[in-house]
Design a protein. Sequence first.
Length: 190
Amino acid sequence: MYRIPTHPDVTGLGSAQPPPGLVFLSADKVAVDRLRLLDDALRQDVPGTDGWTWDDDDFRAETFCAAFDPATYVVAADAATGDYVGLARVWKNPHQPRLGLIGVLAPYRRRGLARALLAHVFGVLHERGSLDVTAEVDDANSASSALLRSLGAHRIGGVIEYVRRANRRIGPAGGSLARAGGSLARSSRG
């Protein structure tokens, strides 16, 4: 979990603009089916969500919920083709705005688009008086972690997920870990 400042002087996003040929649209002004397909495509690069696809009704319900804010859910579109190529989504939670997703399709990366999207939504938040926004980033997602740290983000917490795979031995000499009395204990097979 990260806390990211919204002030453009702190983030360095004050002068970030969309790259030439790209325009920003509010999510409430775009075709919802195409937005869902963009979201599906972007999730393929998010650790833990690859293979995910939205059901149309579930996407509408989740997207246009009480936390939806059209000013902080912005879609980048290619002006020549009309294709949706990236998005930034900040949910208006009661205590703290939360960056839900920042993503750009591969052919449009490394052009400053993610920074421009964040400049737009963070600018709105800053103007409203929000000093910072939170975000969750998987440690395996080094590009997103680096982007947020470059904006002055600070880690404020995190979660470690342990996965136990069936029929898998862990430890030296074929030992395994077994739960004993509420704690993990090492056992050896011999």
